[in-house]
Write a protein that binds this ligand. Structure first.
Ligand code: TA6
Length: 293
């Protein structure tokens, strides 16, 4: 359908009211609501809903590169491309989507993409919504090239929070991280949960496969589970950077935090015919379920 901000999209609906809205542009989740109709993802009020740029918010797919270290545009081209519905996807190894509402999308490189990144691939993305509202994204990258290629990847996820100063992230304690604010220098996180009082832009390395983002004020906890994605990126632009972004409100850094299940430090290399799978599942639960008051 096209009735929402003029963009082609599909809506998944759960039996009790949860929903997810997915744009074909970028294969991007642009809304995810729980059974009470509350929005769980942040989208900027200044977001530009016009291709070929990705919308500021939701979950953007960063592929074949995360960041801007290489020859491609920042975070790769996948988020700026029009994806198609994959009518006949090869079966997934697990029966992960049984009982869920889901959509399968597909991205293949255009002639133009191949000029900048000369590797033929198929990127398949299944997005599914479970009856309780959990959202799962499963990406599969297949090398259909004659030669090996390497890539990095991220589910760049803008979580909606009430006030960033009330947020803390558990599961990253004692991990090493690369700090984008210090030329990717390597540091080690201390023993406490991560809290925010200034700009944060870090890549936590080899994180546990489950981490929790606690929004104390809203009494909500996001639980992020991942497979095949060793790293977690955490980003909040804070005051100064917010002002420099045209498609982001000056004060909106307070209402969001990006927590990305990602593969950044050690890119994956696929030989011809090989496939890689990366999964992220997010659930949003009342904090009391996680031992919070
Ligand atoms: O680590 C997250 C990050 O790479 C930041 O450095 C920040 O620039 C952000 O992504 C957003 O990138 P974008 O290209 O969407 O403006």
């Amino acid at each position: 359908t096209k009735d929402w901000k003029g963009i082609d999209h599909v809506v998944l609906r759960g039996p009790q009211g949860a929903s997810a809205r997915i744009s074909f542009q970028g294969g991007q989740v642009i809304s995810w609501r729980n059974d009470h109709g509350e929005e769980l993802l942040f989208t900027s009020s200044k977001a530009i809903f016009k291709s070929p740029k990705s919308i500021r918010g939701g979950i953007t797919i960063c592929f074949p590169e995360f960041g801007n270290g290489g020859s491609l545009e920042q975070h790769g081209f996948a988020r700026n491309k029009l994806w198609v519905v994959d009518d006949d996807p090869p079966p997934l190894p697990s029966n992960d989507s049984v009982g869920k509402s889901f959509v399968d999308l597909l991205l293949k490189p255009s002639e133009e993409d191949l000029k900048f990144w000369p590797h033929s691939f198929e990127l398949r993305l299944r997005i599914s919504l479970a009856p309780g509202g959990n959202l799962t994204l499963i990406s599969r990258v297949r090398n259909i090239n004659g030669k090996p290629f390497s890539f990095s990847f991220a589910y760049h996820t803008y979580l909606s929070v009430s006030d960033i100063s009330e947020v803390r992230i558990e599961g990253l304690e004692t991990l090493d991280y690369l700090d984008n604010l210090y030329h990717k220098e390597r540091f080690t996180e201390q023993g406490d949960a991560l809290t925010f009082e200034s700009e944060v832009d870090r890549i936590y390395l080899n994180s546990p496969n489950v981490i929790a983002v606690l929004d104390h004020e809203r009494k909500r906890t996001y639980v992020i589970r991942k497979e095949g994605l060793p790293d977690i990126v955490v980003w909040d632009p804070w005051e100064k950077k917010s002002k420099s972004m045209v498609n982001f409100g000056d004060e909106e850094y307070k209402q969001m935090v990006c927590v990305d299940a990602a593969l950044v430090e050690k890119p994956i290399t696929l030989k011809p015919g090989e496939e890689w799978t990366g999964l992220m599942e997010i659930s949003a639960v009342p904090s009391s379920f996680c031992g919070e008051n």
